[in-house]
Design a protein around this ligand. Structure first.
Ligand SMILES: Cc1cc2nc3c(=O)[nH]c(=O)nc-3n(C[C@H](O)[C@H](O)[C@H](O)COP(=O)(O)OP(=O)(O)OC[C@H]3O[C@@H](n4cnc5c(N)ncnc54)[C@H](O)[C@@H]3O)c2cc1C
Length: 332
């Protein structure tokens, strides 16, 4: 069907306005396709999905495969995995990329199993090697190494990518793309899971992955009480607060604040880091920050070496000092 070199991106539009992972992956797929040829395609399942289809075209998709049916109104792991497997067997794309959202993390391994191919989870980068194969770059061996993984023989080459890993392309209102509407196949198996109710979780004003200023605290903040001061600072700076694993494990903040290999990637204009050593599992997720200010009592901490500005100080005292200085500025 002439789609052999195509790169497919699973259209994950749940929580669309907060989560733009599909647009971010499409942007990387456009770059990859310049090296391989072939089309960048999005695949969308659902009901009344035209606005997402248009959005994907405006963000780089040259083709969009759509199955629009009332039975697909709710996301279903089983149904969506089955449909994607069916389509991949039909059209044989070279590569299939899926956002590592909660849904993507559940559905991508199922697709890979059904397609008898490999899957690299939580890639931090993607590229193409000299033989035109997808290089899937991901932390491995407990995060101690960054591995470059290829899929030598099986197809499609599959990877999941966490929200915030890539930057989306600007919306191009002039962009044109082909839309291929497909019928819901009759042989679709009956879903074993019945959705009883679906509720939106209240979300924060802005997502940490998209925040311009991120304040990140580590074990060096000392205690839950002291850590709370970072939220006071964040309010003054219109910033979002993230944390390292020891902080999350100590339950100073909820798990969704975790920045790192097991959590979220950030790409702020300014990152303020308080009392963080700089383990690779954490720093892998902050490499896209434009400007890093690190505060640590140890000048030799890895993050202090990596920072644009390194301040040797007690993290808690520094936080209180900045709050005081900003409040004085506001009063002036
Ligand atoms: C498979 C795996 C996945 C992981 N995933 C993640 C992940 O997603 N995110 C993550 O963060 N970690 C992750 N980790 C853990 C990671 O390896 C580190 O243990 C963790 O990032 C360290 O957090 P930290 O910097 O807060 O603590 P520490 O390494 O203990 O560092 C604390 C720092 O605070 C400084 N400090 C102490 N007191 C003060 C003070 N009063 N004032 C100023 N500075 C002070 C110290 O000098 C030190 O540099 C993972 C580990 C594994 C094995």
């Amino acid at each position: 069907m002439g789609t052999k070199k195509d790169i497919w991106v699973f259209g994950d539009y749940r929580n669309y306005f907060q989560n733009r992972v599909t647009l971010q992956i499409l942007s990387r797929a456009v770059y990859l396709s310049t090296k391989t040829g072939g089309n960048v395609c999005a695949v969308v399942f659902g009901h009344k999905v035209d606005e997402y289809v248009a959005e994907y075209i405006a963000h780089g998709a040259q083709k969009v495969y759509v199955i629009d049916h009332p039975n697909l109104k709710s996301y279903s792991i089983e149904t969506y995995s089955w449909l994607m497997t069916w389509l991949v067997k039909e059209y044989r794309p070279e590569t299939l990329l899926v956002g590592a959202t909660r849904f993507g993390q559940e559905t991508a391994p199922r697709m890979a199993k059904q397609l008898k191919t490999g899957l690299t989870a939580d890639c931090i980068d993607l590229d193409i090697d000299e033989k035109g194969r997808l290089v899937q770059i991901a932390p491995s061996f407990g995060g101690n190494l960054v591995a470059k993984i290829i899929t030598p023989s099986q197809r499609p080459q599959m990877a999941t990518i966490r929200p915030g890993t890539f930057h989306e392309q600007p919306h191009d209102i002039e962009a044109k793309g082909d839309i291929i509407y497909l019928e819901l196949p009759k042989e679709l198996p009956r879903d074993k899971i019945k959705l009883v109710q679906s509720k939106h979780k209240p979300y924060k004003k802005q997502k940490i992955e998209e925040a311009d200023i991120v304040i990140c605290g580590g074990r060096g903040m000392g205690s839950k009480r002291k850590f709370k001061k970072l939220f006071d600072l964040a309010k003054l700076m219109n910033a979002e607060v993230g944390a390292t694993r020891p902080v999350v494990y100590s339950e100073w903040v909820p798990h969704d604040s975790l920045i790192g290999q097991a959590g979220k990637n950030v790409k702020p204009k300014i990152l303020l880091s308080f009392g963080i050593s700089g383990a690779i599992q954490h720093t892998a997720a902050i490499t896209d920050a434009d400007f890093i200010i690190a505060i640590n009592k140890n000048p030799n901490a890895t993050l202090m070496k990596m920072a644009d500005v390194a301040i040797v100080a007690d993290a808690n005292q520094a936080c209180l000092g900045i709050i005081k200085a900003i409040k004085e500025k506001i009063r002036d």
